[in-house]
Design a binder for this molecule. Structure first.
Ligand code: ZN
Length: 372
C-alpha cells in the first residue's frame, strides 16, 4: 500500500517530466506574489484595484490555471489540444478585453492572473534562461542525451527555492468559467469543434489539477527541507544575485508586470468592489461533484505525502527501500528516453531523501546518465 503511494508520487515526477509546463506552479505563484507587491507599493496605476485581498487571491490562483491539463494520474498533460489552446496569447488578451468591457473586477483579476502565466511561460522559453542551466555538469554527449530533463530538474528546484525563501503556500487553481468558456468558444469557432465541450472538460481538468498542484508542492517542499544538499544547489541557481531567488527572477517579474500594465487603460474604471466577493466556485451540480472529487484526491495525496516525508526512522527507512527499489525497476528499462527519465528520478530521489551532499548528488546523477 505504502509502496503504491510512493509509486504514485514517482509517476507524478515522470508526468511532470513529459509535460510542457514552462514553470512549476509554485514559481508561477511566486512571480504573481512579487508582481502584486510591486503594484501595492507604487502610486495608483491601472492595476491598483488588485490591492484588494480577494482580487489578489483570484489573481494568484488564476496564474496557475492555464496548466490545468497537467494530470499526475495521466502522467502528462492529458490533452495537448486543450493545453495549446489554454496557452494562447490572443485568447488571454481577449479575456482581459471582455473583463474590461464587462467592468467586472473579479473577471479582470482572473484574466490578468491567467495572462501573467502565459507571459511568464513565453519569457522563460527564451535562450539562455536559467531553466536550461546544466546544474549537474554533464559531459557534452550526455547533456545532449538527457537535455529534455534539464528544465524539469531545474523547475522542481526553483519551486523548492521559492517555497523555502518566500514561503509560497499551496494554491488551489481558480477559473472564471463563463469568461473562459466564452473565450474558448470564440477561439475554436462555432462550427469547428477541435476540442471537447469546454464546460465538462474544464471541470475534469481542474479537479485533477488540484491534486497535481498539491503533490508537486509536497515534493518541492521536501526538496526545500533537504539539509544536506539543497543550500549549495540553490546557490547555483542564483549565481548572479543573492537578492533574487534565482537568476532572472526580478527581470521576469518586471517584464510580466509591464505586459499587464500595457493591457489595461489607466482609466479603465474598474475599482476594488470585489473586496466582498468570494472567489468560491458557484454551486452548480457539476461544481459540487468536481469539488468533492478534488477534496478526495487532496486527502489521498496528503496521506501519501505524509508517508514519504515523515521524519520517523522506520518510515524513513521504508522510504529509502521504496526509492531504491523503484530506481532498480526504472534502471532495468532500456533506451535513451528511459535513461533521461532515470536521470530525473535519481536526481529527485536523492534530493527528497536527504542522504547525499550536493557534490555527491551530482556524481551520482552523472554516473546514472553515463551508464552504458
Ligand atoms: Zn503553462
Amino acid at each position: 500500500m505504502r509502496r503504491t503511494r510512493f509509486c504514485l508520487a514517482v509517476c507524478g515526477l515522470l508526468g511532470w517530466a513529459s509535460a510542457a509546463v514552462a514553470w512549476g506552479p509554485s514559481t508561477h505563484v511566486a512571480v504573481g506574489q512579487v508582481l502584486l507587491d510591486r503594484v501595492g507599493s507604487k502610486s495608483p496605476g491601472p492595476l491598483s484595484f488588485l490591492r484588494s485581498p480577494s482580487l489578489r487571491d483570484i489573481f494568484l490562483r488564476s496564474s496557475i490555471a492555464p496548466d490545468m491539463t497537467l494530470s499526475i494520474l495521466a502522467a502528462k498533460k492529458s490533452d495537448k489540444a486543450y493545453d495549446k489552446l489554454l496557452h494562447s496569447q490572443s485568447m488571454a488578451v481577449r479575456m482581459v478585453t471582455d473583463a474590461l468591457d464587462n467592468d467586472d473586477p473579479r473577471q479582470l483579476a482572473f484574466a490578468l492572473g491567467w495572462t501573467a502565466h502565459i507571459e511568464a511561460d513565453r519569457l522563460m522559453s527564451g535562450p539562455g534562461r536559467v531553466v536550461y542551466k546544466d546544474l549537474i555538469g554533464f559531459s557534452g554527449p550526455t547533456k545532449r542525451r538527457v537535455a529534455a530533463m534539464l528544465p524539469e530538474m531545474n523547475k522542481l528546484c526553483m519551486d523548492a527555492v521559492v517555497i523555502r525563501d518566500m514561503e509560497i503556500p499551496m494554491q488551489k487553481p481558480f477559473v472564471d468559467r463563463p469568461l473562459l468558456i466564452r473565450a474558448i468558444g470564440r477561439q475554436t469557432g462555432k462550427h469547428t469543434r477541435t476540442v471537447s465541450w469546454p464546460d465538462e472538460a474544464i471541470a475534469g481538468f481542474l479537479s485533477s489539477f488540484d491534486w497535481s498542484c498539491s503533490t508537486l508542492h509536497g515534493l518541492a517542499t521536501a526538496v526545500a527541507n533537504n539539509e544536506k544538499a539543497f543550500s549549495d544547489l540553490a546557490a547555483e541557481l542564483s549565481e548572479e544575485s543573492d537578492d533574487e531567488p534565482f537568476t532572472g527572477f526580478d527581470e521576469l517579474v518586471d517584464e510580466v508586470l509591464a505586459h499587464l500594465v500595457s493591457l489595461v487603460p489607466r482609466s479603465h474604471g474598474v475599482d476594488s468592489t470585489g473586496e466582498t466577493v468570494s472567489p468560491t466556485p458557484s454551486k452548480s451540480r457539476s461544481d459540487t461533484v468536481a469539488s468533492r472529487t478534488a477534496r478526495k484526491a487532496g486527502q489521498i495525496a496528503s496521506r501519501g505525502l505524509s508517508f514519504l516525508w515523515d521524519g520517523n526512522s522506520v518510515t524513513a527507512k521504508m522510504r529509502q527501500v521504496a526509492i531504491e527499489q523503484s530506481l532498480r525497476v526504472l534502471n532495468s528499462f532500456g533506451g535513451e528516453d528511459s535513461r533521461a527519465r532515470r536521470v530525473l528520478t535519481t536526481f529527485v530521489a536523492d534530493l527528497i531523501n536527504d542522504t547525499r551532499t550536493w557534490s555527491q548528488v551530482k556524481i551520482h546523477v552523472r554516473r546514472i546518465a553515463e551508464a552504458q
